[in-house]
Design a protein around this ligand. Structure first.
Ligand SMILES: [Fe+2]
Ligand SMILES: [Fe+2]
Length: 188
């Protein structure tokens, strides 16, 4: 009984905090999607020269995903109901762009990571404005992950993303999808 009460006191429950609930749900959904995008890319390009680079990014995404799985449990946040869909959509997006070639896979990476980097920045600003001095550990995690996503963005650019066929159209297409996914995952 006492232990239960103590553990409740340590972790802010997301049930009483809509912002925390929304942050954990959408970030978890996004990291599941990111993990699956790289899984899809690896299924197509795993044995090519860009395989190890993609593998390295995927390992960081797995760590991001597992971190949000833990935070969702600790704060009793509600995970998105659309998890099975994001799993499939992420894999299809990753494998689909990889089938167009390594440059298109990297263009997908640039599009996704730029969107996620901006998304993390918006969240960090939002939390700091609404809860000054609070959620220090969460903010540290968000900043670390944001930096890693921006490194992935640089990796994509370094590996010729901009040489992909119809780079701008492809990037736009992926970013519209990502923004829609973020909007939906904050709510559903
Ligand atoms: Fe990530
Ligand atoms: Fe990333």
């Amino acid at each position: 009984m006492l232990i239960q009460r103590l553990s409740r006191a340590v972790h802010t429950s997301a049930r009483n905090n809509p912002l925390l609930d929304r942050v954990l749900r959408v970030d978890h959904a996004g990291e599941v999607g990111a993990d699956m995008i790289y899984a899809g890319q690896l299924a197509v390009l795993g044995r090519t020269s860009v395989g190890p680079v993609i593998q390295e990014m995927r390992e960081q995404e797995v760590h991001h995903r597992e971190t949000f799985e833990r935070l969702i449990r600790e704060h009793r946040a509600r995970p998105t109901a659309l998890l099975p869909f994001w799993n499939v959509a992420g894999f299809v997006l990753g494998a689909g762009t990889a089938l167009l070639g390594p440059e298109a896979a990297m263009a997908c990476t640039v599009a996704v990571e730029e969107t996620i980097g901006n998304h993390y920045n918006n969240q960090i600003r939002d939390i700091m404005e609404k809860y000054p001095g609070q959620f220090k550990d969460l903010l540290m995690t968000l900043k670390k992950f944001r930096d890693e996503e921006l490194e992935h963005l640089d990796t994509g650019l370094k590996h010729d993303a901009e040489l992909a066929p119809a780079y701008k159209t492809l990037k736009n297409f992926v970013q519209v999808g990502c923004k829609a996914a973020i909007w939906i995952s904050e709510r559903v």
